[in-house]
Design a protein around this ligand. Sequence first.
Ligand code: RFL
Ligand code: PHB
Length: 389
Amino acid sequence: MRTQVVIIGGGPSGLLLGQLLHKIGVEAVVLERKTRDYVLSRIRAGILETGLVDLMREAGVAERLETEGFIHDGTIISYGDLEFSIDFRKHTGRSVVVYGQTEVTRDLYEAREAAGAETIFEVDGVEIHGADSDAPYVTFEKDGNEHRIDCDFIAGCDGFHGVSRQTIPLTLRREYEKTYPFGWLGILSETPPVNDELIYAASERGFALCSMRNANLSRYYIQCALSDSPEDWTDAAFWQELKRRIPAAHAEKLVTGPSIEKSIAPLRSFVTEPMRWGRLFLCGDAAHIVPPTGAKGLNTAASDIHYLYQGLRQHYLDGSTEALDAYSDRALARVWKAERFSWWMTNLLHRFPDQSAFDLKMQKADIDFLRSNDDAQSVMAQNYVGLPY
Ligand code: RFL
Ligand code: PHB
């Protein structure tokens, strides 16, 4: 079998690239290790930058997002009972959209199916061959049979645990990593959100986040120990802890209910360089991870897809490789800024086990500065709504 681009990974990165390529008549096959239902059961990102919304529009899949997504013009930061708002619209003229990653992925799968584009689910043992040659190909197993797809390019969109990054020889690859000594325990509940804007809450008991998916679906997170497991936390214990971390005025209004999903995510910052090896291009979580505090993971994946799509488009439509050759440098320049912002927000709002009295004063001074300084708020707003591509 032969195609133009093999896309490894049917998460949001791979599907978005596939749909953009389809729009310009470039054929791509998506290989996904799991089932479609499994991919759609993962509850992840909720905040979309306008850059991602624009890409969804360009891919022709923004109809539902435009009617069902909620526009957020700002966010709340709290510290104990003290709270203040960061006004995105005032500082940047832009906003973000609340629309779940699950819905983004669902819309992309539906469009892919409607277009008759090929996705092969439940593949095993994917291997990349000849990435540094002019004739790359990918082999995999499906239902016990070996398959081979020859192609022009391979997009490694297979997340942090995928094979694409590992295919790049260690001698050519440099990895940068920071792990944080805590995780986020998240729940989804069919209750109205406590507030119409997100609340990022720093407190003496640790971080908490009040987010949402729609008018009757809330997403809440609390910082937890890495040794915790979701079963350690009853719903009642979760709600009680959340209430103790957010300002009392909000805690009093919080509507609680049974959780319909509960999971723990560890927090990590990670970047691999370069993001290209020959005809293999890494995108999204395959190349970099951010802690979720700045809501940058999916959005940074989207900017990678933008740069790769521009490169492939220029190659196929104009015969030039300039943008493909610049891919790794352009993507990484933006990735590192998102890494910095996510690292900064994580440090600003979480409690660290080894924090000294001095460290706590620094954290408090950083929050006070942000609360009282319009320029600091502008810097935060620019980063939160998304730096330009
Ligand atoms: P994904 O979503 O991990 O998809 C990769 C796909 O590749 C498949 N795969 C393979 N397929 C074939 N062969 C193999 N060998 C394969 N190995 C893996 C996997 O099954 C999967 O389907 O990566 P992608 O597409 O790059 O998308 C990245 C985003 O999922 C991620 O960055 C965000 O979810 C991060 N994130 C957030 N990002 C935001 O922009 N805003 C947010 O508000 C936000 N909140 C979050 C988050 C991530 C979280 N968790 C659980 C890590 C909140 C949380 C709690
Ligand atoms: C979410 O709604 O899941 C969410 C929102 C903002 C973040 C992280 C996660 O920073």
